[in-house]
Design a protein around this ligand. Structure first.
Ligand code: ASP
Length: 305
């Protein structure tokens, strides 16, 4: 077993090999491997799990292929509203942000909130003021514009639908879980939410215990899927509780929650998880999940279907 562990995801959903060409697929694979590399280099140099998950998620947020940061989907008003969270399993401190615009890397804002705000969860304009005070980078709307996403948005608008990015043609909430050489766990998740969302809709991603959770006594979890189902099922904390109170292994707990409970309730999606021994789980009840992880033999692995 390695003395550190890392897994990342770039969203789960209807990802079919038949709808992917070679070039597109290698674009996703390379982006996932780059993000894994960003997290790996932190861990291998003795850095903390929280720094590793942040580095991996920043790399995914900067990539237009995923529905987070630069690649975020359009809201009903043709804007981008992003959500993110981080949690440190050692201290169980957490930072989360919802409905923010223009902040280049929402995961960095979540981390700043965790460390410097004295709060856990900030939203909207107040969160943006805090980001400005902390000197975070802002981008204008053109940075977040992507023709493919705009097309998705136009289709959703015409159909009068609020679509999950990953049940459409392109997929993408991102997340990472890590265990560092000191045995500390951490999780981070970031998303643009749903195409054509309105009324300040927020999914599971920034809600501690739903889309993101970490505790050194159980596991670190980052989710992706239909947020409304993940919120009601309190997915990430449910996995942790099954381990803590029922003595289930990480694998048993993830299977129970994603393959039995969530699937039974009609909730599509998946999660990545790590336990205190560094065992890694990447589980989904959809056709695919963009994912990458460091194997027990210390190799970089990547998979989609
Ligand atoms: N869980 C995210 C949300 O509902 C979406 C996703 O995972 O792609 O906002």
């Amino acid at each position: 077993m390695n003395n550190f562990s890392l897994a990342i995801h770039g969203g789960a959903g209807t990802i079919l090999k038949s709808s992917m060409d070679e070039q597109k697929e290698s674009g996703y694979r390379n982006a996932l491997l780059n993000a894994l590399g960003a997290g790996r280099s932190v861990l291998q140099n003795g850095g903390s799990a929280i720094d590793a998950v942040t580095a991996a998620v920043v790399s995914l947020e900067d990539c237009p292929l995923f529905n987070a940061g630069k690649g975020s989907v359009f809201t009903h008003e043709g804007l981008h509203e992003m959500d993110a969270a981080v949690m440190d399993g050692n201290t169980r401190s957490a930072g989360a942000v919802a409905g923010i615009r223009s902040v280049k890397n929402p995961v960095l804002l979540a981390r700043e909130i965790m460390i410097h705000s004295g709060h856990v969860f900030l939203a909207g304009m107040g969160a943006e003021d805090f980001a400005r005070n902390r000197g975070l980078t802002f981008e204008d709307d053109s940075y977040f514009h992507d023709d493919f996403r705009y097309q998705q948005f136009q289709e959703a608008l015409q159909a009068g639908k609020v679509t999950l990015d990953h049940t459409d043609r392109k997929f993408g909430t991102v997340g990472a879980v890590a265990r560092d050489v000191s045995g500390n766990l951490a999780a981070a998740t970031s998303t643009g939410g749903m195409t054509n969302k309105r009324y300040g809709r927020v999914g599971d991603t920034p809600v501690i215990g739903a889309g993101t959770y970490a505790s050194n006594s159980t596991c670190a979890i980052s989710c992706t899927g239909h947020g409304e189902y993940f919120l009601r099922a309190v997915v990430a904390y449910d996995v942790s509780c099954l381990m803590e109170y029922k003595g289930l292994s990480l694998k048993e707990a993830c299977h129970k929650v994603i393959l039995e409970k969530l699937a039974g309730a009609g909730g599509d999606g998946g999660l990545i998880g790590l336990d205190t021994a560094g065992n890694t789980m990447l589980v989904f009840n959809t056709e695919g999940m963009y994912r990458a992880w460091i194997s027990e033999a210390n190799e970089d692995c990547v998979a989609i279907y």
